[in-house]
Ligand binder design. Structure first.
Ligand code: 2RA
Length: 355
């Protein structure tokens, strides 16, 4: 029998991208596909590979007979339901933050640490946060040969990382400031938003995002760190298997709808060169090299949205830091950053079941 795949959170922002990925995938190892969501969305019909599938309400029985259950839901929903799915015999592949740092749950990026999939005592595999994921294919490839020792990153994160409310807010703000000088002093976005009746306390962001950058993503943690910055540190260490990796991150929200970017400053134990880094990236199937500044060619979110690979450019050897490369990466935060990586893990599990 062919394995049964379930998607929990089928009608959410990442779930919708997942349906798109299921519909576009070439190889198809699955038999039945079950779509699961909150009772509010139950009964809705969604086309999966030419067949109408009726969304079912989340309940323990929906996992009976399921081999792989992908979760694209908030942390608290996953925390409750992924163990229930696992208890009913499915392998849960979870895209929330609920289990990422659990030592009994592997945190997997297939092109970096696919071997970790086999070690899953809880029957749960976690998908990294989109900010970490957006640079992992590139960093993993370099680390394999050069041995990463230090990582300093600044992120440029899209509004869709904050879900549909983030996207809606950015669009509303852009409409309020669009195409004209805003404020008495040019660029006074707050005045323009106030004039349009957009109150800051109704925004998912702590400051205006249109025509602005906001050095904050996630929630406040100890000593002034944002949760998103600590995720970059903790998850990079776990995925790359370097528990003492030195990491420092600053996460910034930018007025981009989709695709996270990161400026990466990575130090290695072995000598590096730009030429070798380019070869390594070129050999990595899931990385696309766009690096010809003389011709105005480098990755930008606008050129990456909707694409599966990680785009890398601006590769430079740091002038004042030995064995260190600086580069810029862009990855669609809803695809490789979320739905695609989850599905790639599920696909590996399907291969395992077939053997
Ligand atoms: C963000 N990384 O961009 C988060 C979403 N998981 O806000």
């Amino acid at each position: 029998r062919k394995p049964v795949l379930a998607l929990v959170g089928a009608t959410g922002a990442v779930g919708t991208v997942m349906i798109d990925i299921l519909n576009g995938r070439g190889e198809w190892p699955w038999g039945e596909v079950r779509l699961i969501a909150s009772p509010r969305s139950a009964g809705k019909k969604i086309a999966v590979r030419g067949q109408e599938v009726t969304v079912r309400a989340l309940a323990p029985e929906v996992f009976d007979g399921v081999d792989v259950a992908m979760f694209d839901v908030p942390d608290e929903v996953s925390a409750t339901w992924a163990p229930i799915a696992a208890g009913r015999g499915a392998v849960a592949v979870d895209n929330s933050g609920a289990f990422r740092m659990d030592p009994d749950v592997p945190l997997v990026v297939p092109e970096v640490n696919t071997d970790q999939i086999a070690h899953r005592p809880r029957g749960i595999i976690a998908n990294p946060n989109c900010t970490t994921l957006s640079m992992m294919a590139a960093l993993g490839a370099l680390h394999r040969e050069l041995q990463l020792t230090e990582l300093v990153v600044a992120s440029y994160q899209a509004a869709s990382g904050a879900g549909q409310p983030g996207v809606d807010r950015l669009h509303a703000e852009l409409a309020a400031v669009g195409g004209k000088q805003v404020g008495e002093r040019a660029g006074d976005v707050r005045e323009a938003l106030a004039a349009a009746g957009l109150r800051q306390d109704t925004s998912p962001f702590p400051a205006p995002l249109a025509l602005n950058v906001v050095p904050w993503a996630g929630s406040l943690k100890e000593d002034g760190w944002a949760s998103e910055e600590l995720k970059v540190r903790n998850e990079s260490r776990k995925i790359l298997g370097i528990p003492d990796l030195k990491v420092s991150a600053t996460c910034v929200r930018v007025p981009v709808v989709t695709t996270h970017s990161l400026a990466v400053h990575a130090t290695f134990a072995r000598p590096v060169s730009v030429a070798r880094a380019r070869e390594i990236f070129q050999a990595q199937r899931t990385v696309v090299l766009v690096d010809d500044p003389a011709a105005g060619q480098f990755p930008t979110p606008a050129d990456v949205v909707g694409a599966d690979p990680t785009y890398v450019g601006r590769i430079r050897q740091a002038l004042d830091f030995p064995n260190t490369l600086d580069f810029f990466v862009c990855g669609d935060n809803l695809r490789k950053g979320a739905a695609l990586n989850t599905y790639e893990i599920a696909e590996k599990l399907a291969g395992e079941l077939a053997n």
